[in-house]
Design a protein around this ligand. Structure first.
Ligand code: NI
Ligand code: MN
Length: 234
């Protein structure tokens, strides 16, 4: 059984058996989050990029739980220097763990991080994540696009035979709803879960309207999760 839990914004956890994976765990200071970072104890943390609304509580979580952090190279090195158990990787690379694997794929965005003293550091480039959990008929493949615009190489990511695509729809910093529908056509997932909307005023969107448009124009179903909600991946 594989369950996707939406913390809010772009922060998720994925529970697969006794393995808990946190994706972009921005919890403290996240206006959408309904939980505290102390209540999350991940075994693994996967990051799409360095922006503070994605790295979030990563360092504290990794220090407390010993969770391995997967990200692109330069961000991984910065996180290592601050005491996180980071494994710096890069696009095309796959990290394997007992319950499955994660591959870093391209994303079109920027990637910088504000240190606690306000210093802006710019560690590398953003990524998307292709997460595979379980074996055989029970395998689930989940794509976290991270922050990105629409790009045509999403067709290659679609070749991974996605059960779920988690896509930003907020516009302004990422693709908006119209481009996200084009992305669904390239990615061909069974289900799409929207994220990165309604957290801040510039990214307000009507997710139910988006769901109707996706389901009218593609063969994918759309699951809209409220912050704090969970969905067992079919
Ligand atoms: Ni970003
Ligand atoms: Mn973001």
């Amino acid at each position: 059984m594989t369950t996707l839990n939406f913390i809010g914004h772009s922060a998720f956890t994925v529970q697969h058996g006794d393995t808990l994976i946190a994706i972009d765990p921005f919890i403290t200071g996240n206006p959408a989050a309904t939980i505290e970072a102390d209540s999350v104890s991940p075994d693994l943390i996967f990051l799409t990029h360095a922006h503070n609304d994605h790295v979030g509580d990563t360092i504290e979580l990794s220090k407390r739980t010993g969770a391995t952090v997967i990200s692109t190279f330069e961000l991984g090195e910065v996180l290592q220097s601050k005491g996180a158990h980071a494994v710096p990787m890069n696009h095309g690379g796959t990290y394997r763990f007992d319950a499955g694997s994660v591959k870093l794929v391209p994303a079109w965005h920027t990637s910088s991080w504000n240190d606690e003293d306000g210093t802006v550091v710019a560690p590398g480039v953003p990524a998307g994540l292709v997460l595979k959990l379980g074996e055989g008929e029970n395998r689930k493949t989940i794509y976290f696009a991270g922050d990105t615009c629409l790009f045509m190489d999403m067709q290659l990511i679609g070749d991974e035979e996605l059960d779920v695509a988690v896509l930003p729809i907020g516009d302004h910093f990422t693709m908006g709803p119209d481009d996200a529908i084009k992305a669904v056509k390239y990615l061909r997932p069974k289900t799409i879960v929207p994220c990165h909307y309604n957290t801040f005023p510039p990214i307000e969107q009507d997710a139910e309207k988006f769901k109707s448009a996706v389901e009218a124009q593609t063969s994918a179903s759309c699951i809209v999760l409220a912050p704090g909600a969970s969905w067992e991946i079919e």
